[in-house]
Design a protein around this ligand. Structure first.
Ligand code: SF4
Length: 403
């Protein structure tokens, strides 16, 4: 047989890449079923927040305005934090009025804001269609900075058994405007505008995509929002200050690393597949070995930017010394640190937090193996703002949506 008509022999890595591509398409198609509503008001005005630079140029072109106007608007929206066109002093009054007739610069509505006795702040943000999601600011106790924990979905499909959010069905994905809008509204509440430049300290200094939802199941919107946040002429937050936390959506981990280069955190929580299948059900699709392989491929991981493994400490479930040793064996060779998270009980959960002694023993084994293993003190517990406690009353309204 002539070589040209022999079927092409594909290498295992090509086959894996094909499978990943097919899987990514499936994830994308599913994300589309839960798409957010258009960022438009009932009166027809469009929200400019959440548009990419190119989309902003196109919107302005459609009303006969030159591309440099997009640059000006970007500066006002994302550097100055303006929400009113009348504040934009570099734009003449007639154009301000023209813009206000067609556009808005939106923010999610603050349904509630609570501050914990430890200064952690939690907002319940309401979006235009009435859906709600929670955002948490966790200030650093020693320095003037802190992390904003942002939600990527209303509800979650993944049903991790220790997680309160997981008991809330997925309602829908959040749009780019709603994701970046959580950070902007949080900054409004601390008055942190204009965006601090360069090394100037920031109160809201890091973003962790660890709120409600699995960000890699809403990758396109999350990626668009993070590109806006990282843009040097606006909010200008460095990719080093953004961490995306995933339960291990393997095909999208590769994409996130290649395209965004932000830090990665992986919700591991168990070292055996049978247990992880139970407490992080996504493990049945992407088992521990596949998740760790994706971590080894993650492009921006280095000793300076280590992958964080989140490990929730559940008494008598995953907290034995043997499990600590297995954890160390699994992650050996990876630039990694392990965040040990004391379980935060929530109404109806059957798990119990590990004892202090067990936590300390587990941490010591991980640390002796050369991995930082901080025990994350629960923050905002009194306002149910701690890890795995977020949940809103939003119900799924869209009849076409399926989980
Ligand atoms: S831990 Fe994260 S992925 Fe799992 S159910 Fe909770 S919000 Fe969803």
């Amino acid at each position: 047989m002539h070589a040209d008509i022999l079927p092409a022999i594909r290498s295992p890595s090509d086959l894996a890449a094909d499978m990943n591509a097919a899987e990514r398409e499936r994830i994308r198609a599913k994300a589309a079923l839960f798409a957010p509503p258009p960022a438009q008001l009932a009166d027809g005005r469009r929200d400019l927040v959440g548009l990419s630079r190119e989309e902003l140029v196109a919107e302005l072109d459609a009303i006969g305005e030159k591309p440099f106007r997009a640059k000006q608007l970007w500066h006002w929206i994302y550097h100055q934090g303006a929400t009113d066109f009348a504040r934009m002093s570099s734009i003449a009054r007639p154009l301000q009025e023209k813009l206000a007739e067609r556009f808005v610069i939106g923010r999610p509505e603050t349904a509630t804001a609570q501050t914990s006795s430890d200064d952690t702040r939690k907002w319940l943000f309401r979006f235009r269609d009435g859906q709600e999601a929670e955002t948490v600011y966790i200030p650093d106790r020693r320095e003037d900075r802190g992390a904003v924990c942002i939600s990527s979905q209303v509800g979650c499909t993944l049903s991790c058994t220790f997680c309160h959010t997981g008991t809330q069905r997925l309602v829908r994905n959040l749009g780019a405007a709603e994701i970046v809008g959580q950070f902007m509204a949080a900054r409004d509440s601390y008055g942190e505008w204009p965006s601090p430049k360069g090394e100037t300290p920031r109160l809201l200094s890091t973003i962790v995509l660890m709120g409600m939802g699995e960000p890699l199941y809403n990758y396109d919107n999350v990626a668009k929002a993070m590109r806006i946040v990282m843009d040097g002429e606006g909010i200008a937050l460095s990719r080093r200050r953004i961490t995306l936390s995933t339960s291990g959506v393997v095909p999208m981990m590769d994409r996130c690393g290649e395209e965004l280069g932000i830090n990665l955190a992986v919700s591991l929580h168990a070292v055996r597949n049978d247990l992880r299948d139970e407490i992080v059900p996504l493990n049945r699709k992407y088992p521990i070995e596949a998740v760790l392989d994706a971590c080894r491929r993650y492009p921006s991981a280095s000793n300076a930017r280590r992958i964080t493994f989140e490990y929730i400490m559940l008494r008598g479930v995953n907290d034995s010394e043997a499990e600590a040793r297995e954890l160390v064996r699994l992650i050996r060779g990876l630039p990694a640190k392990v965040n040990l998270i004391p379980f935060n009980p929530w109404p109806g959960s059957s798990f119990k937090p590990s004892t202090k002694e067990q936590l300390a023993k587990f941490a010591a084994i991980v640390m002796d193996a050369g991995f930082a293993s901080p025990i994350r003190m629960p923050r905002g517990r009194d306002i149910l703002a701690a890890c795995g406690q977020l949940k809103t009353a939003s119900e799924r309204l869209s009849a076409g949506a399926k989980s």
